[in-house]
Design a protein around this ligand. Structure first.
Ligand SMILES: Nc1ncnc2c1ncn2[C@@H]1O[C@H](COP(=O)(O)OP(=O)(O)OP(=O)(O)O)[C@@H](O)[C@H]1O
Ligand SMILES: [Mg+2]
Length: 219
């Protein structure tokens, strides 16, 4: 029938929107099928940090990004940080929120490469304008060659422009925030962009596991 030819399959269109959105959000390919609901594993996965899973679920359920709050999720390698924030990115896209996922080191590399080639910083533009930005594996290594002044300033401008617009960032790191700030403070002079970045994180983000518990556990 002629009506069938013009019938729109809204289910398929929605599925297409979700797939395209998740690819555009740069979610790591192996985690693109995830949702936050899937983090509720029937039996606890050894090494997976319950507090991180709970924080991500709460963040989504309470739509915490709408009030500009971010998250700082930290823990040892393999505790489930990338898995949890990937699921968050996918669920945000499903909920029609513009989310972007970046691995911190990869973002730095892309920024440097584009700088050297004199290209527009497309990734930085996406990272600036996403409703929720996820920065995975934050490691502010002030001693390494990679972190040049250009990169510091670029990242400070990203964090600061989002801060001024009340636009949240969800970070993950191997470091408890207190330790990260300490390391930057020891190495950096006043006005160091890394110091200013870590201060904004402390102001804007819920730290999970909580700071005091974290600091003592790391000690
Ligand atoms: N909630 C979960 N349910 C089931 N499997 C999980 C969960 N969280 C993590 N995993 C599994 O555990 C492994 C390690 O998780 P993930 O890569 O997220 O750790 P990470 O904290 O990001 O580690 P790193 O600090 O090395 O980046 C992955 O292979 C993932 O499949
Ligand atoms: Mg990871």
């Amino acid at each position: 029938m002629i009506e069938d030819i013009f019938a729109v399959d809204y289910g398929a269109l929605e599925q297409q929107r979700i797939v395209q959105g998740i690819v555009r959000a740069c979610v790591p390919p192996r985690y693109r099928y995830l949702t936050v609901e899937m983090l509720k594993t029937p039996q606890r996965v050894p090494g997976v940090e319950d507090a991180i899973v709970a924080a991500v679920q709460k963040y989504l359920a309470e739509r915490r990004w709408e009030s500009g709050r971010g998250l700082y999720l930290w823990g040892p390698a393999g505790c489930g940080k990338t898995y949890a924030v990937s699921a968050l990115a996918c669920s945000l896209v499903r909920a029609r929120v513009f989310a972007m996922y970046f691995d911190w080191s990869e973002l730095l590399e892309m920024v440097s490469a584009r700088h050297h080639l004199g290209q527009d910083q497309e990734e930085i533009e996406d990272a600036k304008h996403a409703h929720v930005l996820i920065l995975d594996d934050l490691g502010l290594e002030v001693t390494t060659e990679r972190f040049r002044a250009y990169q510091h300033n670029m990242l400070f401008s990203l964090v600061n422009s989002r801060y001024n617009r009340n636009a949240p960032i969800v970070y993950t790191s191997n470091w408890p925030l207190a330790r990260l700030v300490e390391r930057v403070e020891v190495a950096g002079e006043q006005g160091n962009p890394l110091l200013r970045i870590t201060r904004r994180i402390a102001q804007e983000c819920d730290v999970v596991p909580p700071e005091l518990e974290g600091a003592s556990r790391a000690g």
